[in-house]
Design a protein around this ligand. Structure first.
Ligand code: K1U
Ligand code: ZN
Length: 143
């Protein structure tokens, strides 16, 4: 595994819209593993492929204090959303700012492919829901 370089605002590559992954190959699995290592090293609770200058729809999150529940999402889409929440957010691509306020859906259901290439759905709320929405913004080229 490897710790990758996280690109920082105002790098224009953060504005590139990621493309769907065509197949979950060993390269994609390696990318997800490297992204998790990069996220833990930062430290952070999420990371989008865009932030390591890979413009494919892959994101990773782990919001546990123990850092023992890594999740990887390939081609994520939000298929249900409910409620709103005011969230304090940080961004590893905007170092030094950890309290930007945003309005997010408070509960979401995400559909994605896992590292095994199989589809799964995950219901999320709290920090996990906020973090997934933040990473999906990165994949759309939003900072
Ligand atoms: O995508 C990113 O820039 C990562 C970002 C994700 C995020 C955090 C909080 C709310 C929404 C999205 C971060 O991980 S910032 C760092 C952070 O939150 C953190 C750092 C150390 C310990 C715990 C959290
Ligand atoms: Zn961010």
């Amino acid at each position: 595994m490897a710790v990758l370089k996280i690109i920082e605002y105002p790098d224009p590559r953060l504005r590139i819209k990621a493309k769907p992954v065509e197949a979950v190959t060993d390269d994609i699995r390696q990318l997800a593993a490297d992204m998790l290592e990069t996220m833990y090293a930062a430290p952070g609770v999420g990371l989008a492929a865009t932030q390591v200058n890979v413009h494919q729809r892959v994101l990773v999150v782990d919001v546990t204090q123990e850092q023992d529940q890594p999740l990887a999402f390939v081609n994520p889409e939000i298929i249900e959303r409910e409620g709103t929440t005011e969230a304090e957010e940080g961004c590893l691509s905007v170092p030094g700012i950890f309290d930007r306020l945003s309005t997010r859906s408070s509960r979401i259901v995400v559909r994605a492919l896992g590292r095994d290439g199989k589809p799964f759905e995950l219901e999320a709320d709290g920090l996990l829901a906020v973090c997934i929405q933040h990473e999906m913004d990165h994949l759309m080229g939003k900072v």
